[in-house]
Design a binder for this molecule. Structure first.
Ligand SMILES: Nc1ncnc2c1ncn2[C@@H]1O[C@H](COP(=O)(O)OP(=O)(O)OP(=O)(O)O)[C@@H](O)[C@H]1O
Ligand SMILES: [Mg+2]
Length: 262
C-alpha cells in the first residue's frame, strides 16, 4: 500500500497548495485523482517522488508511507529504488536521445544485468517503440512520446506507477490506446495512481477515485460511485449545461441555493 497521510505542501515557504491530503493506493489497484487546473494534483505526485525540492517546494506536514515505511524524506532515486515511478506531466522525454537511450535512463536504479529483460518487456508492450528504437525521441508523435515516457518509468520495474495526465493533448483514439495500456500494466500487478482531468477515461478503469480542489480532497469514493454521481458527471465528465468552468464545490453550493429558491 502506498499511503499519503495529511500531506501539506508549500512552495517558496509561503504558498500553501496542499492542505491535508490523504490518498491510499492499495497493491495492484488503479486509483484516480481528479481535479481541475491548479487543484494540487501534480504537487501531490512531486511530494511522493521527492521532486518538490527542484521546484522550490517542500512537505510542511504529513507523511508518505510505502508498506508502513516512511519514505517522506527519500531522494528521487531512493523512491524509484523503493518501487515507485512517476511519469511526469508533459511527458519530459529526452528529445536528443534515441528511444532506447531514453528507456535505458529509466533503468538507472536497476542492476545492469536486468536491463535486457526489462527492454524486452517494454518492447512487447509497446511494439511501436521497438520499431523506433534507434529513432531520436524528438521525432516521435505525441502519443508515441507518452508511450515512451510510460515505458521509461516501467524500466525501473515499479510496484507503483504514478501517471500525471497521460491523455493530455492526445487524440481520442490514442487516449483509448493509452487507457488499454494502463489496464494491461495494472493487470501485470502494478498499482497505479492516475492523475487525470479526463475523468471519463480515468473512472472507466479506476477502482477508486478522489476529487481534489484547492489543495483538499473533496470526494473519496469507489470509482463506481463517482461514475454515477450526478455532480461529477456534470462537471468532470463534460455533461454540464450550466456550469462550464465552475468548481465541484461551487455547483454543490449553487444547487443548494437553487433548491432553496425554488
Ligand atoms: N514551483 C511552484 N512555485 C509556486 N507555486 C507553484 C509551483 N508549482 C505549482 N504551484 C502552484 O500550486 C498550485 C497547484 O499546482 P499543481 O501543478 O499541483 O496543480 P494541478 O492540479 O496539477 O493542476 P493542472 O491540472 O493545471 O496540472 C497552483 O496554484 C500552482 O500555481
Ligand atoms: Mg498538473
Amino acid at each position: 500500500m502506498l499511503s499519503i497521510q495529511n500531506l501539506e505542501i508549500v512552495y517558496e515557504d509561503v504558498i500553501l497548495v496542499s492542505k491535508g491530503v490523504s490518498i491510499e493506493v492499495p497493491d495492484g489497484r488503479i486509483v484516480a485523482l481528479l481535479g481541475g487546473n491548479g487543484a494540487g494534483k501534480t504537487s501531490t505526485l512531486r511530494a511522493v517522488t521527492g521532486l518538490l525540492g527542484i521546484h522550490r517546494g517542500r512537505i510542511s506536514g504529513g507523511r508518505v508511507e510505502l508498506d508502513g515505511t516512511d519514505i517522506t524524506t527519500h531522494s528521487p532515486e531512493a523512491v524509484v529504488g523503493a518501487g515507485v515511478s512517476q511519469v511526469m506531466e508533459g511527458r519530459r522525454i529526452f528529445v536528443d536521445f534515441t528511444v532506447e537511450e531514453n528507456l535505458r535512463v529509466g533503468a538507472h536504479t536497476q542492476p545492469r544485468g536486468s536491463i535486457p529483460d526489462s527492454l524486452d518487456r517494454v518492447y512487447t508492450m509497446f511494439p511501436i517503440l521497438a520499431e523506433r528504437r534507434r529513432t531520436g525521441a524528438g521525432y516521435l508523435s505525441g502519443g508515441e512520446q507518452q508511450m515512451l515516457a510510460i515505458g521509461r518509468a516501467l524500466m525501473a520495474q515499479p510496484r507503483y506507477l504514478l501517471l500525471d495526465e497521460p491523455s493530455l493533448g492526445l487524440a481520442p483514439r490514442i487516449v483509448s490506446q493509452i487507457r488499454d495500456l494502463i489496464v494491461q500494466i495494472n493487470e501485470s500487478g502494478t498499482g497505479v495512481l492516475l492523475v487525470e482531468q479526463n475523468a471519463a477515461m480515468a473512472l472507466s478503469i479506476a477502482h477508486h477515485g478522489y476529487v481534489m480542489e484547492n489543495g483538499r480532497i473533496v470526494m473519496d469514493a469507489p470509482a463506481e460511485t463517482l461514475r454515477n454521481d450526478s455532480d461529477i458527471r456534470e462537471f468532470y465528465l463534460g455533461l454540464s449545461k450550466e456550469g462550464a468552468g465552475v468548481s465541484y464545490r461551487d455547483i454543490k453550493h449553487y444547487k443548494r441555493r437553487k433548491r432553496w429558491l425554488s
